[in-house]
Design a protein around this ligand. Structure first.
Ligand code: NAP
Length: 273
C-alpha cells in the first residue's frame, strides 16, 4: 500500500501490464501518483488493467482518461519504437519510468529443447527488454529528461533452474544488459536496475502443482510464496527518488529461498533438497 505520492508527476510505461506482476506494478505506480501507459500483447488485458487503475484506495474514481492502454508485441521488430511514438503522441512526453515485465516461459530440458522454444523466450524476455530499454533511453536522452528504467529479471537468471535453459539465459542477459545500461546512461540522469523475483503467484506459475508449491514454501524462510505486490513494492521504490543513487543493481525479491537448481524446474514437478 502506497504511503505517499512519490510519483506524482511521472509517466510510467509498463510492458506485460495485462497480467500478474505487470498489472500489480501498474496499480502500485498509479497509487503513487503516476500516470500509467499499460502495454501488453493482449489489448483487452491492458484495457482491463487501465480500468482497475480507476479504483484507488480512497474509493474515489481516478481520472480514467489519464491512464491509457497500448497493444504491443515487444518481440516484433520495430514494435518498441512504434510504441514509444504512440506513448509520446498520447502524453506529449516520454515516459520517465519504464518497467519491462513482458515475459514468457517455454520449459524443457536441454536435451529436448527445440530451437524454436529457445528463440521465442530470448526474443520476448531478452530482446524485448533491450528494444524497450533502448527506445525509452533514446526518447529520454533526446528530450533531456531524467528517468528510471526497471527490468524484471528473475532469481533463476543468477542460479539456473532445471528445465529452463532458455528462460535462465534470457534473465541472466537482462541482468547484464541492465548493468551496462546503468554505466552508459548515468551521465544522462537515467538509472537502470533489475528486480529478481523468486516464486511469485501469477498466471505464469499457475501450472505448478500444489505438491510442488508446498515443497517450495518449505524452502522459503519467509514461509510463503511471493505475490505480485511484493515485486511492485520494490519497483515503486526503484521508480522513485527514494532510490536516487541506486543504479545497475539487481534486487532479489525471493523471501530468501534456500534451494535452487536441479529438480527445481516448474515443469518437472520434482525438487531435490
Ligand atoms: P504473466 O502473468 O504471464 O504476465 C506476463 C505478461 O506479459 C502477460 O500479460 C503476457 O501477455 C505479456 N506478454 C507476453 N509476451 C509478450 C510480448 N511479446 N509482448 C508484450 N507482452 C507480452 O507473468 P508474470 O509472472 O506476471 O511475469 C512478469 C515478469 O516477471 C516476466 O518477465 C517473468 O519472467 C518475471 N518473473 C516472474 C516470476 C514468477 O514467479 N511469476 C518469477 C521471476 C520473474 P499474454 O498473457 O497475452 O501472453
Amino acid at each position: 500500500m502506497a504511503s505517499q505520492l512519490r510519483l506524482r508527476s511521472a509517466l510510467a510505461l509498463v510492458t506485460g501490464a495485462g497480467s500478474g506482476i505487470g498489472r500489480a506494478v501498474s496499480v502500485r505506480l498509479a497509487r503513487e501518483g503516476a500516470t500509467v501507459a499499460a502495454c501488453d500483447l493482449d489489448a483487452a488485458a491492458a484495457q482491463e488493467t487501465v480500468r482497475l487503475l480507476g479504483a484507488p484506495e480512497s474509493g474515489e474514481p481516478a481520472p480514467l482518461r489519464a491512464h491509457a492502454a497500448f497493444q504491443t508485441d515487444v518481440s516484433e521488430t520495430g514494435a518498441a519504437k512504434r510504441l514509444m511514438e504512440q506513448v509520446q503522441a498520447s502524453f506529449s512526453r516520454p515516459p520517465s519510468v519504464v518497467v519491462s515485465c513482458a515475459g514468457i516461459t517455454r520449459d524443457e530440458s536441454l536435451l529436448h529443447m527445440s530451437e524454436d522454444d529457445w528463440d521465442k523466450v530470448i526474443a520476448v524476455n531478452l530482446k524485448g527488454t533491450f528494444v524497450v530499454t533502448q527506445a525509452a533511453a533514446q526518447a529520454l536522452v533526446s528530450s533531456g529528461c531524467h528517468g528510471s528504467i526497471i527490468n524484471i529479471s528473475s532469481i533463476v537468471g543468477k542460479v539456473g533452474n532445471y528445465g529452463q535453459t532458455n528462460y535462465t539465459a534470457s534473465k541472466a542477459g537482462v541482468i547484464g544488459l541492465t548493468q551496462t545500461v546503468a554505466q552508459e546512461l548515468g551521465r544522462h540522469g537515467i538509472r537502470c536496475n533489475s528486480v529478481l523475483p523468486g516464486f511469485i503467484v501469477t498466471p505464469l506459475t499457475h501450472k505448478v502443482t500444489q505438491k510442488v508449491r508446498d515443497k517450495v514454501i518449505r524452502m522459503i524462510p519467509m514461509g510463503r510464496i511471493g505475490i505480485p505486490e511484493d515485486v511492485a513494492d520494490v519497483v515503486a521504490f526503484l521508480a522513485s527518488e527514494d532510490s536516487g543513487y541506486i543504479t545497475g543493481a539487481s534486487i532479489e525479491v525471493t523471501g530468501k529461498r534456500l534451494v535452487w537448481g536441479e529438480g527445481g524446474g516448474q515443469r518437472s514437478g520434482a525438487f531435490r533438497r
